[in-house]
Write a protein that binds this ligand. Structure first.
Ligand SMILES: CC(C)(COP(=O)(O)OP(=O)(O)OC[C@H]1O[C@@H](n2cnc3c(N)ncnc32)[C@H](O)[C@@H]1OP(=O)(O)O)[C@@H](O)C(=O)NCCC(=O)NCCS
Length: 147
């Protein structure tokens, strides 16, 4: 079974590799400098959040990156930005273990709500989050790229 724990400095290259694989799997071209920057923010505790890894023996097989966000409407939110399990170990409970640890950490941070986005075509992710009790709230995300 995978060991789930907070990422540490030596994990950095593998964390970035897994996040890049995640972006590719979503049809998004990974931007290495952005991934490095975002991971660095967490590793240096620049923003409150959680960066977890799933380890099988010495190999990193999963990653979860979530950022704290204060909301006047929803209270203390934790927003999952990146969540990925290596295809070679899927359907073995690694994702569930990662999510369970993330929710434990969220409770310790007195988080009111955990949010995430799923592309409509990503049926596996939707099924995964539904199996853990997550539900859509009928919201639609509007975005505008500024950079
Ligand atoms: C979604 C993802 C994280 C699931 O990880 P995983 O380790 O395979 O998930 P688990 O083995 O813990 O699955 C737990 C439950 O979720 C559901 N589930 C997971 N993958 C599923 C799939 N492909 N189809 C249907 N249900 C699925 C099942 O109910 C499963 O329980 P079961 O295996 O006993 O039936 C993984 O498929 C992944 O990394 N996908 C690509 C990245 C991604 O989409 N990330 C989420 C974006 S928000």
């Amino acid at each position: 079974m995978a060991l789930i724990e907070r990422a540490s400095r030596p994990d950095r290259a593998d964390v970035e590799r897994l996040i890049a694989a995640y972006h590719t799997s979503e049809g998004v071209k990974p931007k290495p400098e952005r991934i490095t920057w975002a991971v660095e923010q967490q590793m240096r505790n620049r923003f409150p959040g959680v960066l977890l890894v799933a380890r099988e023996k010495r190999t990193l097989v999963g990653v979860a990156l979530a950022i704290y966000q204060p909301s006047a409407e929803l209270g203390r939110m934790l927003v999952i930005q990146d969540f990925y399990v290596d295809p070679s170990v899927r359907r073995k409970g690694v994702g569930k273990a990662l999510a369970a640890k993330l929710l434990d950490e969220a409770k310790a941070m007195r988080i009111d709500r955990v949010d995430l986005e799923v592309f409509p075509k990503n049926e596996a992710a939707a099924a995964f989050w539904r199996s853990l009790g997550f539900r859509t709230a009928g919201r639609v995300i509007y975005s505008k790229d500024l950079a």
